[in-house]
Design a binder for this molecule. Structure first.
Ligand code: GLU
Length: 585
Protein backbone atom coordinates (compact mmCIF):
# COMPACT_ATOMS: atom_id res chain seq x y z
CA UNK A 1 0.00 0.00 0.00
CA UNK A 2 1.26 3.46 -0.77
CA UNK A 3 1.44 5.83 2.14
CA UNK A 4 -0.82 8.90 1.92
CA UNK A 5 2.28 11.09 1.64
CA UNK A 6 3.07 9.45 -1.69
CA UNK A 7 -0.34 10.19 -3.21
CA UNK A 8 -0.17 12.43 -6.25
CA UNK A 9 -1.77 15.83 -5.86
CA UNK A 10 -1.75 18.11 -8.87
CA UNK A 11 -3.41 21.43 -9.31
CA UNK A 12 -4.37 23.94 -11.91
CA UNK A 13 -4.07 27.52 -10.73
CA UNK A 14 -5.45 30.00 -13.25
CA UNK A 15 -5.43 33.76 -12.82
CA UNK A 16 -8.92 34.94 -13.71
CA UNK A 17 -8.06 37.69 -16.17
CA UNK A 18 -10.09 36.34 -19.09
CA UNK A 19 -11.27 33.11 -20.63
CA UNK A 20 -8.97 30.11 -20.39
CA UNK A 21 -6.26 30.25 -23.06
CA UNK A 22 -5.87 27.01 -25.01
CA UNK A 23 -2.39 26.66 -23.48
CA UNK A 24 -3.96 26.86 -20.01
CA UNK A 25 -6.40 24.19 -21.15
CA UNK A 26 -3.47 21.95 -22.00
CA UNK A 27 -1.79 22.58 -18.62
CA UNK A 28 -5.04 21.70 -16.88
CA UNK A 29 -5.46 18.61 -19.03
CA UNK A 30 -1.98 17.26 -18.34
CA UNK A 31 -2.24 17.99 -14.59
CA UNK A 32 -5.62 16.29 -14.50
CA UNK A 33 -4.50 13.30 -16.55
CA UNK A 34 -1.45 12.82 -14.35
CA UNK A 35 -3.55 12.85 -11.17
CA UNK A 36 -6.08 10.48 -12.69
CA UNK A 37 -3.38 8.12 -13.91
CA UNK A 38 -1.96 7.83 -10.42
CA UNK A 39 -5.27 7.68 -8.60
CA UNK A 40 -4.43 11.04 -7.07
CA UNK A 41 -6.25 14.29 -6.51
CA UNK A 42 -6.67 17.16 -8.92
CA UNK A 43 -7.20 20.59 -7.36
CA UNK A 44 -8.37 23.83 -8.83
CA UNK A 45 -7.26 27.07 -7.24
CA UNK A 46 -8.16 30.52 -8.50
CA UNK A 47 -5.25 32.94 -8.20
CA UNK A 48 -7.09 36.21 -7.93
CA UNK A 49 -4.79 38.28 -5.76
CA UNK A 50 -4.20 40.77 -8.56
CA UNK A 51 -7.26 42.81 -7.74
CA UNK A 52 -6.97 45.09 -10.74
CA UNK A 53 -6.77 42.35 -13.35
CA UNK A 54 -8.99 39.65 -11.85
CA UNK A 55 -12.74 39.42 -12.16
CA UNK A 56 -15.45 37.15 -10.89
CA UNK A 57 -16.89 36.80 -14.37
CA UNK A 58 -13.52 35.57 -15.61
CA UNK A 59 -13.29 33.04 -12.75
CA UNK A 60 -16.70 31.72 -13.59
CA UNK A 61 -15.78 31.58 -17.29
CA UNK A 62 -12.69 29.51 -16.54
CA UNK A 63 -14.69 27.04 -14.46
CA UNK A 64 -17.13 26.73 -17.35
CA UNK A 65 -14.32 26.25 -19.84
CA UNK A 66 -12.81 23.44 -17.78
CA UNK A 67 -16.15 21.78 -17.16
CA UNK A 68 -16.95 21.94 -20.87
CA UNK A 69 -13.68 20.24 -21.67
CA UNK A 70 -14.64 17.48 -19.26
CA UNK A 71 -11.83 18.24 -16.83
CA UNK A 72 -13.34 17.65 -13.41
CA UNK A 73 -11.68 18.81 -10.22
CA UNK A 74 -11.83 16.88 -6.99
CA UNK A 75 -11.32 19.93 -4.86
CA UNK A 76 -11.79 23.54 -5.81
CA UNK A 77 -14.55 26.10 -6.21
CA UNK A 78 -18.03 24.60 -6.22
CA UNK A 79 -19.48 24.34 -9.70
CA UNK A 80 -22.59 22.66 -11.03
CA UNK A 81 -21.77 21.08 -14.32
CA UNK A 82 -24.64 20.33 -16.67
CA UNK A 83 -24.25 16.94 -18.26
CA UNK A 84 -25.41 16.16 -21.80
CA UNK A 85 -28.24 14.00 -20.40
CA UNK A 86 -29.63 16.99 -18.47
CA UNK A 87 -28.38 15.90 -15.04
CA UNK A 88 -25.92 18.00 -13.04
CA UNK A 89 -22.71 17.05 -11.26
CA UNK A 90 -21.26 19.23 -8.55
CA UNK A 91 -17.54 19.69 -8.88
CA UNK A 92 -15.37 20.83 -5.95
CA UNK A 93 -16.88 22.71 -3.07
CA UNK A 94 -16.31 20.03 -0.44
CA UNK A 95 -15.98 21.82 2.91
CA UNK A 96 -13.69 19.10 4.32
CA UNK A 97 -10.93 19.95 1.91
CA UNK A 98 -7.92 22.24 1.94
CA UNK A 99 -9.85 25.27 0.67
CA UNK A 100 -10.94 27.98 0.32
CA UNK A 101 -9.83 27.88 -3.29
CA UNK A 102 -9.99 31.55 -4.21
CA UNK A 103 -6.79 33.17 -3.04
CA UNK A 104 -8.71 36.33 -2.23
CA UNK A 105 -10.55 34.27 0.43
CA UNK A 106 -7.27 33.04 1.89
CA UNK A 107 -5.72 36.32 2.96
CA UNK A 108 -5.29 35.36 6.58
CA UNK A 109 -3.43 32.23 5.51
CA UNK A 110 -0.43 34.12 4.17
CA UNK A 111 0.36 36.67 6.86
CA UNK A 112 1.60 34.23 9.54
CA UNK A 113 4.24 33.06 7.07
CA UNK A 114 5.16 36.64 6.23
CA UNK A 115 5.68 37.33 9.94
CA UNK A 116 7.59 34.09 10.40
CA UNK A 117 10.03 35.27 7.72
CA UNK A 118 10.16 38.83 9.09
CA UNK A 119 11.05 37.62 12.57
CA UNK A 120 14.01 35.69 11.21
CA UNK A 121 15.16 38.50 8.97
CA UNK A 122 14.44 36.26 5.97
CA UNK A 123 12.10 38.97 4.75
CA UNK A 124 12.05 42.70 5.34
CA UNK A 125 9.92 45.78 4.77
CA UNK A 126 11.21 48.01 1.97
CA UNK A 127 10.53 51.72 1.84
CA UNK A 128 11.99 52.66 -1.52
CA UNK A 129 10.40 55.46 -3.42
CA UNK A 130 9.46 54.90 -7.06
CA UNK A 131 12.22 57.40 -7.93
CA UNK A 132 14.92 55.48 -6.12
CA UNK A 133 13.78 52.23 -7.76
CA UNK A 134 13.97 53.87 -11.17
CA UNK A 135 17.45 55.19 -10.37
CA UNK A 136 18.61 51.69 -9.38
CA UNK A 137 17.20 50.26 -12.60
CA UNK A 138 18.90 52.94 -14.69
CA UNK A 139 22.20 52.36 -12.93
CA UNK A 140 21.98 48.64 -13.75
CA UNK A 141 21.21 49.46 -17.37
CA UNK A 142 24.24 51.74 -17.54
CA UNK A 143 26.43 48.98 -16.16
CA UNK A 144 24.84 46.55 -18.63
CA UNK A 145 23.73 44.10 -15.97
CA UNK A 146 20.23 42.80 -15.26
CA UNK A 147 18.63 44.66 -12.44
CA UNK A 148 18.12 42.47 -9.39
CA UNK A 149 16.92 44.36 -6.33
CA UNK A 150 18.99 43.69 -3.23
CA UNK A 151 18.76 45.11 0.25
CA UNK A 152 21.05 48.14 0.51
CA UNK A 153 24.11 47.62 2.68
CA UNK A 154 23.13 50.44 5.04
CA UNK A 155 19.58 49.09 5.56
CA UNK A 156 18.34 49.90 9.07
CA UNK A 157 16.18 46.91 9.98
CA UNK A 158 14.91 48.22 13.31
CA UNK A 159 13.86 51.53 11.83
CA UNK A 160 12.11 49.81 8.94
CA UNK A 161 10.23 47.41 11.22
CA UNK A 162 9.19 50.32 13.42
CA UNK A 163 7.81 52.20 10.42
CA UNK A 164 5.93 49.09 9.33
CA UNK A 165 4.51 48.53 12.82
CA UNK A 166 3.38 52.16 12.89
CA UNK A 167 1.19 51.30 9.90
CA UNK A 168 3.12 52.85 7.06
CA UNK A 169 2.21 50.86 3.94
CA UNK A 170 5.17 49.18 2.30
CA UNK A 171 6.00 46.10 0.31
CA UNK A 172 7.73 43.22 2.05
CA UNK A 173 10.61 41.60 0.25
CA UNK A 174 12.15 38.17 0.55
CA UNK A 175 15.84 38.21 1.35
CA UNK A 176 17.26 36.00 -1.36
CA UNK A 177 19.86 33.63 0.05
CA UNK A 178 23.31 33.84 -1.51
CA UNK A 179 23.59 30.26 -2.69
CA UNK A 180 22.52 29.15 -6.18
CA UNK A 181 19.13 27.54 -6.62
CA UNK A 182 18.97 24.05 -8.10
CA UNK A 183 15.93 22.07 -9.01
CA UNK A 184 14.93 19.30 -11.36
CA UNK A 185 12.35 19.85 -14.01
CA UNK A 186 10.63 16.67 -15.18
CA UNK A 187 10.74 17.91 -18.76
CA UNK A 188 13.82 20.11 -18.94
CA UNK A 189 16.12 18.31 -16.52
CA UNK A 190 18.43 19.85 -13.92
CA UNK A 191 18.26 23.61 -13.65
CA UNK A 192 20.70 25.77 -11.73
CA UNK A 193 20.31 29.49 -11.30
CA UNK A 194 22.96 31.66 -9.71
CA UNK A 195 21.66 33.84 -6.92
CA UNK A 196 23.08 36.89 -8.74
CA UNK A 197 20.23 36.53 -11.17
CA UNK A 198 17.63 36.48 -8.44
CA UNK A 199 16.30 39.53 -6.67
CA UNK A 200 14.86 40.18 -3.25
CA UNK A 201 11.39 39.92 -4.73
CA UNK A 202 8.23 41.29 -3.15
CA UNK A 203 6.19 38.71 -1.24
CA UNK A 204 3.52 41.04 0.12
CA UNK A 205 2.42 44.17 -1.68
CA UNK A 206 1.88 47.51 0.01
CA UNK A 207 -1.89 46.85 -0.18
CA UNK A 208 -1.44 43.82 2.08
CA UNK A 209 -2.09 41.24 -0.64
CA UNK A 210 0.48 38.52 -1.19
CA UNK A 211 2.19 38.48 -4.56
CA UNK A 212 1.73 35.56 -6.91
CA UNK A 213 5.19 34.26 -5.98
CA UNK A 214 4.32 34.06 -2.32
CA UNK A 215 0.74 32.86 -2.46
CA UNK A 216 1.62 30.10 -4.92
CA UNK A 217 4.30 28.71 -2.62
CA UNK A 218 2.18 28.82 0.52
CA UNK A 219 -0.87 27.36 -1.17
CA UNK A 220 0.96 24.56 -2.91
CA UNK A 221 2.43 23.57 0.46
CA UNK A 222 -0.84 23.81 2.37
CA UNK A 223 -2.74 22.00 -0.37
CA UNK A 224 -0.13 19.27 -0.52
CA UNK A 225 0.72 19.71 -4.20
CA UNK A 226 3.18 17.04 -5.27
CA UNK A 227 3.50 17.96 -8.97
CA UNK A 228 3.34 21.44 -10.43
CA UNK A 229 2.70 21.64 -14.14
CA UNK A 230 2.62 25.05 -15.74
CA UNK A 231 3.68 26.95 -18.82
CA UNK A 232 7.31 27.66 -19.59
CA UNK A 233 6.68 31.35 -19.10
CA UNK A 234 6.89 30.52 -15.40
CA UNK A 235 10.31 28.91 -15.62
CA UNK A 236 12.02 32.10 -14.46
CA UNK A 237 9.73 32.25 -11.45
CA UNK A 238 10.41 28.75 -10.23
CA UNK A 239 13.89 29.42 -8.74
CA UNK A 240 12.32 32.16 -6.63
CA UNK A 241 9.67 29.75 -5.43
CA UNK A 242 12.22 27.05 -4.70
CA UNK A 243 14.36 29.53 -2.72
CA UNK A 244 11.31 30.35 -0.60
CA UNK A 245 10.37 26.69 -0.14
CA UNK A 246 13.89 25.95 1.07
CA UNK A 247 13.66 28.35 4.01
CA UNK A 248 9.99 28.26 4.92
CA UNK A 249 8.75 26.15 7.83
CA UNK A 250 5.39 25.62 9.43
CA UNK A 251 4.82 26.93 12.98
CA UNK A 252 5.61 23.45 14.32
CA UNK A 253 8.98 23.50 12.60
CA UNK A 254 8.10 21.16 9.71
CA UNK A 255 9.91 22.36 6.60
CA UNK A 256 8.09 23.00 3.33
CA UNK A 257 8.35 20.22 0.75
CA UNK A 258 9.64 20.82 -2.74
CA UNK A 259 7.16 19.49 -5.28
CA UNK A 260 8.15 18.14 -8.69
CA UNK A 261 7.99 20.63 -11.53
CA UNK A 262 7.14 20.22 -15.19
CA UNK A 263 7.23 23.30 -17.39
CA UNK A 264 5.31 22.89 -20.61
CA UNK A 265 6.33 24.33 -23.95
CA UNK A 266 4.94 27.44 -25.50
CA UNK A 267 2.16 26.93 -28.04
CA UNK A 268 3.03 28.75 -31.24
CA UNK A 269 1.25 29.77 -34.41
CA UNK A 270 2.48 28.41 -37.72
CA UNK A 271 4.73 31.46 -38.11
CA UNK A 272 6.33 30.68 -34.73
CA UNK A 273 4.77 33.65 -32.96
CA UNK A 274 3.25 32.87 -29.58
CA UNK A 275 -0.43 32.02 -29.81
CA UNK A 276 -2.01 34.97 -28.12
CA UNK A 277 -5.40 36.53 -27.62
CA UNK A 278 -4.09 39.52 -29.52
CA UNK A 279 -3.97 37.41 -32.69
CA UNK A 280 -7.71 37.96 -32.97
CA UNK A 281 -7.31 41.72 -32.96
CA UNK A 282 -4.42 41.41 -35.36
CA UNK A 283 -6.50 39.46 -37.88
CA UNK A 284 -9.36 41.97 -37.70
CA UNK A 285 -7.01 44.95 -37.92
CA UNK A 286 -5.32 43.57 -41.03
CA UNK A 287 -8.67 43.03 -42.74
CA UNK A 288 -9.82 46.57 -41.83
CA UNK A 289 -6.66 47.92 -43.39
CA UNK A 290 -7.26 45.86 -46.52
CA UNK A 291 -10.83 47.19 -46.78
CA UNK A 292 -9.78 50.77 -46.15
CA UNK A 293 -11.72 51.01 -42.87
CA UNK A 294 -10.44 53.98 -40.90
CA UNK A 295 -13.33 54.98 -38.65
CA UNK A 296 -16.37 53.55 -36.89
CA UNK A 297 -18.72 55.06 -39.54
CA UNK A 298 -16.71 53.13 -42.17
CA UNK A 299 -17.68 49.95 -40.33
CA UNK A 300 -21.33 51.03 -40.26
CA UNK A 301 -21.21 51.70 -43.97
CA UNK A 302 -20.41 48.04 -44.55
CA UNK A 303 -22.72 46.69 -41.90
CA UNK A 304 -25.75 45.81 -44.05
CA UNK A 305 -27.78 43.28 -42.08
CA UNK A 306 -25.24 42.85 -39.28
CA UNK A 307 -25.88 43.90 -35.73
CA UNK A 308 -23.30 46.20 -34.21
CA UNK A 309 -24.65 46.47 -30.68
CA UNK A 310 -21.43 45.47 -28.96
CA UNK A 311 -19.29 47.32 -31.44
CA UNK A 312 -21.28 50.49 -30.82
CA UNK A 313 -20.48 50.28 -27.12
CA UNK A 314 -16.88 51.09 -28.06
CA UNK A 315 -16.20 54.81 -28.35
CA UNK A 316 -15.38 55.69 -31.99
CA UNK A 317 -12.15 57.33 -30.82
CA UNK A 318 -11.13 54.11 -29.09
CA UNK A 319 -11.84 52.15 -32.25
CA UNK A 320 -9.55 54.47 -34.19
CA UNK A 321 -6.86 54.09 -31.56
CA UNK A 322 -7.26 50.33 -31.78
CA UNK A 323 -6.76 50.48 -35.55
CA UNK A 324 -3.44 52.18 -35.12
CA UNK A 325 -2.08 50.42 -32.05
CA UNK A 326 -1.25 46.75 -32.17
CA UNK A 327 -1.09 46.44 -28.39
CA UNK A 328 -4.76 47.33 -28.01
CA UNK A 329 -7.58 44.82 -27.82
CA UNK A 330 -11.27 45.30 -28.53
CA UNK A 331 -13.85 43.83 -26.19
CA UNK A 332 -14.67 40.23 -27.31
CA UNK A 333 -18.21 40.83 -28.55
CA UNK A 334 -17.29 44.11 -30.20
CA UNK A 335 -14.52 42.31 -32.06
CA UNK A 336 -16.97 39.61 -33.12
CA UNK A 337 -19.42 42.20 -34.44
CA UNK A 338 -16.62 43.73 -36.43
CA UNK A 339 -15.44 40.37 -37.73
CA UNK A 340 -18.85 39.50 -39.11
CA UNK A 341 -19.10 42.87 -40.87
CA UNK A 342 -15.68 42.54 -42.50
CA UNK A 343 -16.28 38.88 -43.23
CA UNK A 344 -13.51 37.09 -41.38
CA UNK A 345 -13.40 34.18 -38.98
CA UNK A 346 -11.38 35.20 -35.94
CA UNK A 347 -8.68 32.70 -35.03
CA UNK A 348 -9.72 30.74 -31.95
CA UNK A 349 -7.30 31.20 -29.04
CA UNK A 350 -9.25 30.67 -25.84
CA UNK A 351 -11.04 27.42 -25.03
CA UNK A 352 -14.29 29.37 -25.18
CA UNK A 353 -13.49 30.52 -28.73
CA UNK A 354 -13.27 26.88 -29.83
CA UNK A 355 -16.46 26.10 -28.01
CA UNK A 356 -18.31 28.95 -29.65
CA UNK A 357 -17.00 27.96 -33.06
CA UNK A 358 -18.69 24.60 -32.62
CA UNK A 359 -15.78 22.29 -31.87
CA UNK A 360 -16.54 19.22 -29.80
CA UNK A 361 -14.68 19.12 -26.49
CA UNK A 362 -13.37 15.64 -27.19
CA UNK A 363 -11.65 16.72 -30.39
CA UNK A 364 -10.19 19.80 -28.70
CA UNK A 365 -8.87 17.61 -25.88
CA UNK A 366 -7.47 15.04 -28.26
CA UNK A 367 -5.74 17.66 -30.37
CA UNK A 368 -4.46 19.69 -27.43
CA UNK A 369 -2.96 16.64 -25.76
CA UNK A 370 -0.70 16.28 -28.80
CA UNK A 371 0.75 19.75 -28.26
CA UNK A 372 4.02 18.79 -26.65
CA UNK A 373 3.18 15.18 -25.93
CA UNK A 374 2.62 12.01 -27.90
CA UNK A 375 1.89 8.48 -26.78
CA UNK A 376 4.75 7.02 -28.84
CA UNK A 377 2.59 4.30 -30.34
CA UNK A 378 1.63 3.36 -33.87
CA UNK A 379 -1.86 2.89 -35.22
CA UNK A 380 -3.03 -0.07 -37.33
CA UNK A 381 -1.52 1.52 -40.44
CA UNK A 382 1.87 2.02 -38.81
CA UNK A 383 1.44 5.80 -38.47
CA UNK A 384 1.94 7.70 -35.21
CA UNK A 385 -1.12 7.10 -33.12
CA UNK A 386 -2.88 10.42 -32.76
CA UNK A 387 -6.58 9.78 -32.31
CA UNK A 388 -7.54 8.75 -28.82
CA UNK A 389 -9.85 9.59 -25.99
CA UNK A 390 -9.11 10.82 -22.48
CA UNK A 391 -9.21 7.29 -21.04
CA UNK A 392 -6.25 6.47 -23.27
CA UNK A 393 -4.49 9.72 -22.35
CA UNK A 394 -4.89 8.93 -18.66
CA UNK A 395 -3.50 5.46 -19.20
CA UNK A 396 -0.45 6.70 -21.09
CA UNK A 397 0.40 10.19 -19.90
CA UNK A 398 3.79 10.64 -18.34
CA UNK A 399 6.51 13.28 -18.39
CA UNK A 400 9.01 11.20 -20.33
CA UNK A 401 7.20 11.89 -23.58
CA UNK A 402 6.61 15.60 -23.00
CA UNK A 403 8.68 17.61 -25.48
CA UNK A 404 11.05 20.48 -24.81
CA UNK A 405 10.47 22.62 -27.88
CA UNK A 406 7.57 24.83 -28.84
CA UNK A 407 4.52 23.08 -30.25
CA UNK A 408 2.88 24.49 -33.34
CA UNK A 409 -0.84 24.81 -33.44
CA UNK A 410 -2.15 23.22 -36.61
CA UNK A 411 -5.71 24.39 -37.19
CA UNK A 412 -6.25 22.19 -40.21
CA UNK A 413 -5.45 19.15 -38.12
CA UNK A 414 -7.85 20.18 -35.38
CA UNK A 415 -10.55 20.73 -38.01
CA UNK A 416 -9.91 17.24 -39.38
CA UNK A 417 -10.15 15.76 -35.88
CA UNK A 418 -13.39 17.59 -35.31
CA UNK A 419 -14.95 16.71 -38.64
CA UNK A 420 -14.23 13.04 -38.00
CA UNK A 421 -15.56 13.23 -34.47
CA UNK A 422 -18.79 14.80 -35.74
CA UNK A 423 -19.13 12.18 -38.47
CA UNK A 424 -18.81 9.43 -35.85
CA UNK A 425 -21.75 10.72 -33.79
CA UNK A 426 -25.07 8.96 -34.26
CA UNK A 427 -27.82 11.15 -35.70
CA UNK A 428 -29.40 11.44 -32.26
CA UNK A 429 -26.11 12.34 -30.61
CA UNK A 430 -25.48 14.92 -33.28
CA UNK A 431 -28.85 16.54 -32.66
CA UNK A 432 -28.41 16.55 -28.88
CA UNK A 433 -24.93 18.00 -29.15
CA UNK A 434 -25.96 20.57 -31.71
CA UNK A 435 -28.99 21.67 -29.69
CA UNK A 436 -26.92 21.97 -26.50
CA UNK A 437 -24.36 24.01 -28.36
CA UNK A 438 -26.91 26.18 -30.17
CA UNK A 439 -28.78 26.92 -26.95
CA UNK A 440 -25.75 28.88 -25.86
CA UNK A 441 -23.98 29.83 -29.06
CA UNK A 442 -26.44 29.95 -31.94
CA UNK A 443 -29.77 30.86 -30.45
CA UNK A 444 -30.93 32.38 -33.70
CA UNK A 445 -30.71 29.17 -35.71
CA UNK A 446 -32.20 27.14 -32.89
CA UNK A 447 -35.12 29.53 -32.53
CA UNK A 448 -35.77 30.05 -36.22
CA UNK A 449 -35.28 26.49 -37.41
CA UNK A 450 -35.67 24.35 -34.31
CA UNK A 451 -34.32 20.92 -33.62
CA UNK A 452 -37.18 19.06 -35.31
CA UNK A 453 -36.44 20.65 -38.64
CA UNK A 454 -32.68 20.12 -38.32
CA UNK A 455 -33.54 16.47 -37.70
CA UNK A 456 -34.86 16.29 -41.25
CA UNK A 457 -31.41 16.82 -42.71
CA UNK A 458 -29.15 15.38 -40.05
CA UNK A 459 -28.20 12.29 -42.07
CA UNK A 460 -27.32 14.42 -45.06
CA UNK A 461 -25.22 17.04 -43.32
CA UNK A 462 -23.49 15.26 -40.44
CA UNK A 463 -20.64 14.03 -42.57
CA UNK A 464 -20.09 17.46 -44.06
CA UNK A 465 -19.95 19.61 -40.92
CA UNK A 466 -16.48 20.64 -39.85
CA UNK A 467 -17.93 22.20 -36.74
CA UNK A 468 -21.42 22.42 -35.25
CA UNK A 469 -21.52 26.00 -36.46
CA UNK A 470 -21.73 24.75 -40.04
CA UNK A 471 -25.36 23.77 -39.51
CA UNK A 472 -26.17 27.44 -39.70
CA UNK A 473 -24.73 27.83 -43.17
CA UNK A 474 -26.47 24.67 -44.40
CA UNK A 475 -29.90 25.83 -43.22
CA UNK A 476 -29.33 29.51 -43.93
CA UNK A 477 -31.76 29.32 -46.88
CA UNK A 478 -34.54 28.66 -44.36
CA UNK A 479 -33.48 31.44 -42.00
CA UNK A 480 -34.62 34.22 -44.31
CA UNK A 481 -38.12 35.36 -45.07
CA UNK A 482 -39.77 33.93 -48.18
CA UNK A 483 -39.09 37.15 -50.03
CA UNK A 484 -35.81 37.84 -48.29
CA UNK A 485 -33.30 36.25 -50.65
CA UNK A 486 -32.02 36.97 -54.13
CA UNK A 487 -32.15 34.62 -57.09
CA UNK A 488 -28.75 33.96 -58.59
CA UNK A 489 -29.10 35.33 -62.15
CA UNK A 490 -26.86 32.67 -63.68
CA UNK A 491 -28.83 29.88 -62.06
CA UNK A 492 -32.10 31.45 -63.13
CA UNK A 493 -30.82 31.60 -66.67
CA UNK A 494 -29.48 28.07 -66.70
CA UNK A 495 -32.10 26.16 -64.77
CA UNK A 496 -35.28 28.11 -65.41
CA UNK A 497 -35.14 30.16 -68.60
CA UNK A 498 -33.02 27.94 -70.84
CA UNK A 499 -34.70 25.57 -73.32
CA UNK A 500 -37.63 27.89 -73.76
CA UNK A 501 -38.35 28.04 -70.06
CA UNK A 502 -38.68 24.30 -69.46
CA UNK A 503 -37.55 24.74 -65.85
CA UNK A 504 -40.37 27.19 -65.27
CA UNK A 505 -42.87 24.75 -66.69
CA UNK A 506 -41.51 22.05 -64.38
CA UNK A 507 -41.89 24.40 -61.44
CA UNK A 508 -45.53 25.07 -62.26
CA UNK A 509 -46.29 21.35 -62.56
CA UNK A 510 -44.49 20.58 -59.32
CA UNK A 511 -46.21 23.37 -57.43
CA UNK A 512 -49.58 21.84 -58.19
CA UNK A 513 -48.44 18.41 -57.06
CA UNK A 514 -46.75 19.71 -53.91
CA UNK A 515 -49.88 21.57 -52.99
CA UNK A 516 -51.89 18.36 -53.19
CA UNK A 517 -49.34 16.13 -51.42
CA UNK A 518 -51.06 14.59 -48.36
CA UNK A 519 -48.02 14.60 -46.03
CA UNK A 520 -45.29 17.18 -46.54
CA UNK A 521 -42.37 15.11 -45.24
CA UNK A 522 -39.01 14.11 -46.69
CA UNK A 523 -40.12 10.68 -47.88
CA UNK A 524 -43.33 11.85 -49.50
CA UNK A 525 -41.57 14.75 -51.22
CA UNK A 526 -38.82 12.47 -52.53
CA UNK A 527 -41.42 9.99 -53.78
CA UNK A 528 -43.31 12.82 -55.49
CA UNK A 529 -40.15 14.00 -57.24
CA UNK A 530 -39.23 10.46 -58.32
CA UNK A 531 -42.74 9.98 -59.61
CA UNK A 532 -42.59 13.22 -61.55
CA UNK A 533 -39.23 12.23 -63.06
CA UNK A 534 -40.63 8.90 -64.24
CA UNK A 535 -43.82 10.45 -65.58
CA UNK A 536 -42.19 13.34 -67.42
CA UNK A 537 -39.10 11.48 -68.58
CA UNK A 538 -36.94 14.32 -67.24
CA UNK A 539 -33.69 13.57 -65.41
CA UNK A 540 -33.63 14.32 -61.67
CA UNK A 541 -31.33 17.30 -62.29
CA UNK A 542 -33.93 18.95 -64.47
CA UNK A 543 -36.42 18.61 -61.67
CA UNK A 544 -34.27 19.31 -58.66
CA UNK A 545 -32.33 22.33 -59.87
CA UNK A 546 -35.30 24.52 -60.79
CA UNK A 547 -36.81 23.73 -57.40
CA UNK A 548 -33.56 24.54 -55.63
CA UNK A 549 -33.18 27.84 -57.40
CA UNK A 550 -36.77 28.71 -56.62
CA UNK A 551 -36.67 27.82 -52.95
CA UNK A 552 -33.13 28.83 -51.98
CA UNK A 553 -32.00 31.28 -54.66
CA UNK A 554 -29.16 29.12 -55.91
CA UNK A 555 -28.23 25.62 -56.96
CA UNK A 556 -26.63 24.35 -53.73
CA UNK A 557 -28.69 23.04 -50.84
CA UNK A 558 -29.13 19.86 -48.82
CA UNK A 559 -31.00 17.03 -50.58
CA UNK A 560 -34.17 18.39 -51.99
CA UNK A 561 -36.68 16.41 -49.95
CA UNK A 562 -35.02 17.75 -46.81
CA UNK A 563 -34.76 21.27 -48.20
CA UNK A 564 -38.46 21.50 -48.93
CA UNK A 565 -39.48 19.72 -45.73
CA UNK A 566 -37.48 22.22 -43.67
CA UNK A 567 -39.24 25.08 -45.40
CA UNK A 568 -42.65 23.49 -44.98
CA UNK A 569 -45.43 23.61 -47.52
CA UNK A 570 -46.57 27.24 -47.26
CA UNK A 571 -43.05 28.60 -47.64
CA UNK A 572 -42.17 26.20 -50.41
CA UNK A 573 -45.18 27.26 -52.42
CA UNK A 574 -44.72 30.95 -51.68
CA UNK A 575 -41.11 30.74 -52.79
CA UNK A 576 -41.97 28.91 -56.01
CA UNK A 577 -44.61 31.52 -56.81
CA UNK A 578 -42.20 34.38 -56.17
CA UNK A 579 -39.58 32.75 -58.35
CA UNK A 580 -41.95 32.16 -61.25
CA UNK A 581 -42.99 35.81 -61.05
CA UNK A 582 -39.38 36.89 -60.90
CA UNK A 583 -38.25 34.78 -63.85
CA UNK A 584 -41.26 35.76 -65.95
CA UNK A 585 -40.91 39.47 -65.11
N1 GLU B 1 -1.74 31.86 -11.75
C1 GLU B 1 -0.67 31.47 -12.60
C2 GLU B 1 -1.06 31.68 -14.05
O1 GLU B 1 -2.23 31.70 -14.36
C3 GLU B 1 -0.38 30.00 -12.40
C4 GLU B 1 1.01 29.72 -12.16
C5 GLU B 1 1.23 28.36 -11.59
O2 GLU B 1 0.64 27.39 -12.06
O3 GLU B 1 2.00 28.28 -10.67
O4 GLU B 1 -0.22 31.82 -14.88
Amino acid sequence: MTSPAAAVITRFAPSPTGHLHIGGGRTALFSWAYARRHGGTFLLRVEDTDQKRSSEAASRGILEDLAWLGIDWDEGPAFNRENPDGSTTTLGGDPRTVGPFYQSDRREVYDPFVYWLLERDLAYPAFDTPESLTAMRQQAEKEKRTFAYRRASGYDRDAALARMKAGEPCPIRFKMPAEPVRFRDEVLGEITVSSDELDDFVIRKADGYPTYHFAVVIDDELMGTTHIMRGQEHLNNTPRHVALMRVLKHANGTPFRIPKFAHLTVIANQDNSKMSKRDRDKAARAKCRELGIKTAPDVHAKAAGHTLAAFDAVAPADFEKWLGDKTRQLETHALEDLASVIGIDLPEIAVDDFRRSGYLPESVLNYVSLLGWNPGEKDAEGKDLERFDTAYLIEKFDFDRVGKSASKFDRAKLVAFNQDAIARLTDDEFLTRWAAWARRDDRETLDRIGIERVKLIVGAIKGRCKTLKDVRAVVSFAMVDDDGYEFNPKDVEKHLKADGGSGLATLAALATKLEALPAFDVQSIDALLDGHAAESGLGMGKIAQPLRVATTGGSVSPPLGATLAILGRPSTLARIRRCVGHAAG
